[in-house]
Design a protein around this ligand. Sequence first.
Ligand code: NAP
Ligand code: MG
Length: 405
Amino acid sequence: MDKIQMKTPLVEMDGDEMTRILWRMIKDELIIPFVDLKTEYYDLGLEHRDETNDKVTMDSALATKKYGVAVKCATITPNQARLKEYNLKKLYKSPNGTIRAALDGTVFRAPILVKGIEPYVRTWKKPIVLARHAHGDVYKDSEMKIEGTFPIKAELAVTDAEGNETRQDIFTFKAPGILEGMYNTDASITSFARSCFEYALDQKMDLWFSTKDTISKVYDGEFKAVFEKMYEEEYKEKFEAAGIEYFYTLIDDAVARVIRSEGGMLWALKNYDGDVMSDMMATAFGSLAMMTSVLVSPDGVYEYEAAHGTVQRHYYKYLRGEETSTNSVATIFAWSGALRKRGEMDELPELIEFADQLEKATIDTIESGKMTGDLALITSLENVTKLNSEDFIKAIAGNLRALRA
Ligand code: NAP
Ligand code: MG
């Protein structure tokens, strides 16, 4: 059988630990036998990041801008323990943070649904995709403990380039307390909104956005206004033509509605709301190992990955020669997502079809009772076979060959 041809290379970002082992197996068993794979390879493994003083991370981000689609393996974000373990020159920043900043992107997290791994919320039938505005707010705030000689008056003060000052009372403390100041920019909120509208159109999903603008009239009110204006001016017609909706509601109302819903929407959230809700969603849908993640820039550049990390504990078992049963589904879906997007951009229907088949073969494998240990623990299926990391991928390869025969 002839291999499927590609036109433009994918940007391939290799990574660390157990996911690096899975990466190789996925390529060898599930991609290369079927696709004449073209990639531009960047090794973001921690050792190579250290050798290049992290230049490789920025290079991979620039290549993603150039080609439009990347697939990324999970990578270590170094901390003090890693600094020692890998004898690093310095504590490098999170690669995901570097890439996100370079692409000015928004991260969308989507669960993979299979029969037998039921969401904890019984009404959910379709994936709920979460978009978190990963910029500013409480993550870049300034905080103070209020102590000293009371009363202590707290004010907001801004000084412009000409030295003009604007002040606003916050509170007069008569006893100890705490104070916090935070910010965001219209440019960042606008990029976030655009990425969300584009993703919703691309996936033909309703877009929900929620803040607390009744309480935070200026701050959250600005978020609401930016989304509303962009929708009215640029997306209303496109959304109507695609048969999808933009819906704004208060965050507390949104939480209640999401729980009662069937799912199937993209839910856009401010930074803190997205932080909290994304962990709740990953758990509520069953498993972090079944959660995919895609970074989308406002100009339509896509970087696909799994939402989980490098699964360090399994890697140490692997190094000791013990058997591992690590779930490769989210990493496989990162590959299928990237190949499908490449297929759409380059008008390669065979590549799109292959991405669909790869996902179907993966889901069929689990639904037939063959799965890794993490899923075997939570499945409602009977007659389950727990497979090791490699045999699970080989079982998928068997189904994939049958689908393509
Ligand atoms: P993790 O790699 O997501 O793993 C945490 C635990 O979740 C694992 O020990 C395992 O539980 C379970 N798990 C996660 N993915 C799994 C999979 N595919 N199959 C089976 N079980 C899975 O998080 P971590 O241990 O906190 O972080 C490890 C490294 O990953 C860190 O250096 C961190 O910096 C990095 N990280 C990278 C990314 C990224 O690149 N996007 C994201 C998060 C973390 P059991 O051990 O109980 O089996
Ligand atoms: Mg969190």
